[in-house]
Design a protein around this ligand. Structure first.
Ligand code: CP3
Length: 372
C-alpha cells in the first residue's frame, strides 16, 4: 500500500471484500449478489424530480448530482453493486457525434453515418475527454460501500445508432454496411473498439471495480455474422482490458443462439436475457465463466407471489454452478404506473435471504421455501 494511504483503483478492488466481485470470479459467496440494469431511472420518484430540472446529459455533466443518482438505488434497494449513471452515447459526444436522447424513443442523430468520410471524421477518444465522468467515478469510489460497475456500449450496438440514426427493429442499414462495405465496417468497429478500451481503462483508473460492455442489440445477428463481423472486435477489447484486472461483463438481449460464441469473447461474466433458461445458458457457455441474469423484467409488474416463485426458479438454476449474479434479463422497464421502489427492495431482500449460505445451504433453502 502506498505511504500516502491512498489506494489505487486496483488495490481498492482487490482489498475490499465484495460478494459481487467474488461471484464474478466464481469464488464462494455467502449469498447471491444482486444488482439491476437501469436500477437508476424513471421508476424512482426522486429521479423523476431531478429530471424535471436536468436532462439526462446534464445530470452526467454534474459529478455531485450524477454520483447522487448512482447511489440512490444502493441506498434504497440494498443492491450489491452500483452502476455508473451515464448512457452508452455519452463518449460518442466526445468523438464529435451530435446526438439527442429523446424521451420514450432513445438516441437520435441528425446526421447518421453513411460513408467512409463520416467515419474518418469521428475524433479518436482520449482519456482527457469527459473529465466530469471520471470525477463522478472518483466521488463514488470514496462514497460507495459496494463496488462500482463502469460501462461502455459495444461497437455493434453503438454502430447501430450511428448508422440508423435512431433505434431500429431491423438494423437494415447497419447490416447493409456490414455486408456491403466490409472495409468501412472494419474501420468503424476498430475506431469504436479503441474508444471502448480507452474509456473503460479510464473508468477503472478512476475507481470502477468492474466493466460491463452493453451489446444490447447484437442478438439481431446470426451466429455466422456475429462470428465474422463482431466477435474479433469484442475479443480484442477484452484482451486489451485484461490488464485492468477487473471483471469484464458482456451483455446483450436475444442472444440465446450466440451464447456459445459469447464464451469465446474473453468475458469474465456473461449476461443472459430471460428467454434462455439458465441451465441451457450454462450448457452453451460451459463452466469457468460466471452468468448474470435473468429474470423477465416485466415480472416486476406481476403479483408478488408470482415474482417470488419465478425469482426462486432463476436462483435455483443459477446456484447449480459457482459464479452467479442475480439481475433482470434487461433493464427495469418504464410503464404507468411504474414499478414500485418497494417491490425492488423486497426482491433484493428475498434474493439475499433465499440464497444465504450457512451450514447446508440447499437444505436450508428447501426447508424455508418449499416449492415445486
Ligand atoms: O442504472 C443504470 O442502468 C445506469 C444508467 C444507464 C442508462 N443508459 C441511463 C438511461 C445505462 C447503463 C444505459 C445504457 C444504455 N443506453 C443502453 C444499454 C442498456 C440497454 O438498456 O440495453 C442503451 C441501448 C442505451 C440507449 C438508450 N438511452 C435508450 C434505448 C434509452 C431509453 C429511451 C426512453 O426514454 O425510453 C435511453 C435513455 C436513458 N438512459 C434513460 C436512462 C435512465 C431513460 C430515462 C431518461 O431519459 O431520464
Amino acid at each position: 500500500m502506498p505511504d500516502s494511504g491512498i489506494l489505487t483503483a486496483k488495490e481498492t478492488t482487490m482489498t475490499v471484500p465484495s460478494t459481487f466481485l467474488d461471484a464474478c470470479r466464481g469464488k464462494p459467496v455467502d449469498h447471491i449478489p444482486v444488482w439491476y440494469m437501469r436500477q437508476a431511472g424513471r421508476y424512482q420518484p426522486e429521479y423523476r424530480k431531478i429530471r424535471e430540472r436536468y436532462s439526462l446529459v446534464e445530470i452526467c455533466q454534474h459529478p455531485d448530482l450524477c454520483a447522487e443518482v448512482t447511489m440512490l438505488p444502493v441506498q434504497q434497494l440494498g443492491v450489491d453493486a452500483a452502476i455508473l449513471f451515464s448512457d452508452i452515447m455519452i463518449p460518442l459526444g466526445a468523438m464529435g457525434v451530435d446526438f439527442e436522447i429523446r424521451e420514450h424513443v432513445g438516441p437520435v442523430l441528425d446526421a447518421p453515418i453513411t460513408r467512409a468520410a463520416d467515419i474518418d471524421h469521428l475524433r479518436p477518444f482520449t482519456s482527457d475527454a469527459l473529465p466530469h465522468v471520471f470525477e463522478t467515478v472518483r466521488i463514488l469510489r470514496r462514497e460507495l460501500t459496494v463496488p462500482l460497475i463502469g460501462f461502455a456500449g459495444a461497437p455493434f450496438t453503438l454502430a447501430s445508432y450511428l448508422i440508423e440514426g435512431k433505434p431500429s427493429r431491423s438494423y437494415i442499414r447497419t447490416k447493409q454496411m456490414m455486408w456491403g462495405e466490409p472495409e468501412m465496417w472494419r474501420a468503424l468497429m476498430d475506431k469504436l473498439a479503441d474508444m471502448v478500451v480507452t474509456y473503460a481503462e479510464a473508468q477503472v483508473e478512476a475507481g470502477a471495480a468492474a466493466i460491463q460492455l452493453f451489446d444490447s442489440w447484437v442478438g439481431s445477428l446470426s451466429v455466422r455474422d456475429f462470428r465474422t463481423y463482431v466477435l474479433p472486435t469484442v475479443q480484442s477489447i477484452f484482451r486489451r482490458l485484461q490488464t485492468t484486472g477487473v471483471p469484464l461483463i458482456y451483455f446483450g438481449v436475444n442472444t440465446g443462439e450466440l451464447l456459445s460464441a459469447f464464451a469465446e469473447t474473453g468475458a469474465t461474466v456473461i449476461g443472459v436475457d430471460w428467454r434462455v433458461p439458465l441451465a441451457a445458458a450454462r450448457e452453451r457457455v460451459g463452466s469457468g465463466i460466471a452468468l448474470q441474469g435473468n429474470l423477465d423484467p416485466v415480472l416486476l409488474f406481476a403479483p408478488w407471489p408470482v415474482l417470488q416463485r419465478e425469482t426462486a426458479a432463476v436462483l435455483d438454476a443459477g446456484m447449480t454452478h459457482p459464479g452467479f449474479i442475480f439481475n433482470l434479463g434487461h433493464g427495469v422497464a418504464h410503464h404507468q404506473p411504474p414499478v414500485e421502489v418497494g417491490t425492488l427492495r423486497r426482491l433484493t431482500e428475498f434474493v439475499h435471504e433465499y440464497t444465504r449460505r450457512a451450514g447446508n445451504p440447499r437444505a436450508r433453502i428447501e426447508e424455508a421455501y418449499p416449492h415445486g
